[in-house]
Design a protein around this ligand. Structure first.
Ligand SMILES: Nc1ncnc2c1ncn2[C@@H]1O[C@H](COP(=O)(O)OP(=O)(O)O)[C@@H](O)[C@H]1O
Ligand SMILES: [Mg+2]
Length: 338
């Protein structure tokens, strides 16, 4: 049986309606004064999403800003109540049994903190030990392990408010794991961090999954997070599920396109190539004298496309690029929503 089952999950936010024009406002205000009427607009943040996740999986939710990632993870963590659909984690409906549920999960959401701002970091850990009723032996072993994994030793005595973003993120991660949860939810765990800290976080999460078997679900808009941490990718956009499967399968299915970039003598000549591209080229882009040509590598070879161009034009520069998964994701958003 799956650890997490999400079935036709939907979240609609009700928000106050858009700003009104002065005339509308005048009429509206006079009506409101008499009737206390208010207008609301529905925002469908998560729209009919279904998937399952097994114990020990690492799953990344990828999508642009506003896609609905945070809303989805907040429902999974029991912080938000779904509008409709069902959601079960280990047989429990998260928002119905929040107290018990919290004992079995770890949550790291950038905006919320589980740490006490003015206390030294180690005191926060001590308090969490009491809250989660962790036995002294378990506490000691787990904490020692986490301090080493996340390199926390030098900051243990520092008040949390003095920590840098990267230090705080590592501390938050430790705090979320002290009670050895089965499942860890992370919302944009690497956002705003420098490369070295990002790397530390990614390595730590991989190791946690391997050593403890923690099931990890994270949101990100950085594909590198997925590449380095997750076995599975779930792409969402505008509240809808666009892809659910392995990263490799995603590459095979959607990254069949290869890319050649050529620089011609000037932008007018480049435009001629765009107007009359080589056969089997499916898509072109132009930026000044540079033309980017996409072609299906199952149908034609880069060498054939290149020699076709070189027979007709003076080529100043030519680059053959690997299919970029980032670009593919962006194209997927674009094409599926048309
Ligand atoms: N508390 C809220 N009230 C109203 N609308 C919200 C709220 N939180 C998010 N939204 C809207 O829901 C959509 C999805 O947001 P969110 O889940 O934060 O996306 P993401 O995390 O992928 O950036 C967006 O259109 C956002 O403006
Ligand atoms: Mg978000």
């Amino acid at each position: 049986m799956s650890l997490i089952t999400v079935d036709e999950l939907t979240k609609v936010y009700k928000v106050r309606s858009r700003k009104k024009t002065p005339i509308e406002k005048g009429i509206f205000n006079s009506i409101k004064r008499f009737t206390k009427l208010r207008q609301y607009q529905n925002i469908s943040a998560v729209n009919n999403i279904s998937f399952t996740i097994d114990t020990g999986e690492t799953v990344g939710f990828l999508g642009p800003n506003g896609a609905g990632k945070s809303t989805l993870v907040k429902m999974l963590a029991g912080i938000l109540v779904p509008t409709s659909g069902s959601l079960k984690v280990n047989g429990v409906t998260p928002h119905r049994d929040r107290m018990n549920y919290a004992m079995n999960i770890g949550v790291v959401f950038g905006q919320r903190t589980t740490l006490w701002w003015d206390l030294p970091l180690s005191h926060s850990f001590d308090l969490l030990r009491v809250i989660y009723e962790i036995t002294p032996q378990d506490y000691e072993t787990t904490l020692r392990w986490l301090i080493e994994l996340l390199e926390l030793e030098p900051i243990l005595d520092r008040p949390v408010r003095q920590l840098s973003l990267g230090q705080r993120m590592r501390a938050e991660l430790a705090a979320a794991l002290l009670h050895r949860p089965q499942v860890l939810f992370l919302d944009e765990p690497t956002i705003g961090l420098d490369i070295a800290v990002k790397q530390r976080i990614r390595t730590s999460l991989r190791e946690l999954n391997r050593e403890w078997g923690v099931t990890i679900l994270l949101t990100t808009h950085d594909l590198r997070d997925i590449e380095e941490i997750c076995q599975r990718l779930i792409v969402i956009d505008k509240g809808q599920l666009m892809y659910n499967g392995s990263l490799n399968h995603f590459r095979e299915q959607f990254c069949g396109n290869r890319v050649i970039r050529v620089a011609l003598t000037d932008r007018h000549i480049a435009n001629r190539l765009v107007q009359d591209p080589p056969p089997e080229v499916t898509y072109t882009e132009q930026e000044g004298p540079w033309v980017t040509l996409y072609f299906d590598q199952a149908k034609t070879k880069a060498a054939d496309v290149a020699s076709w161009i070189m027979n007709k034009y003076i080529v100043m520069d030519l680059v053959v690029e690997e299919p970029s998964i980032e670009k593919t994701v962006t194209e997927l958003y674009r094409s599926e929503m048309k």
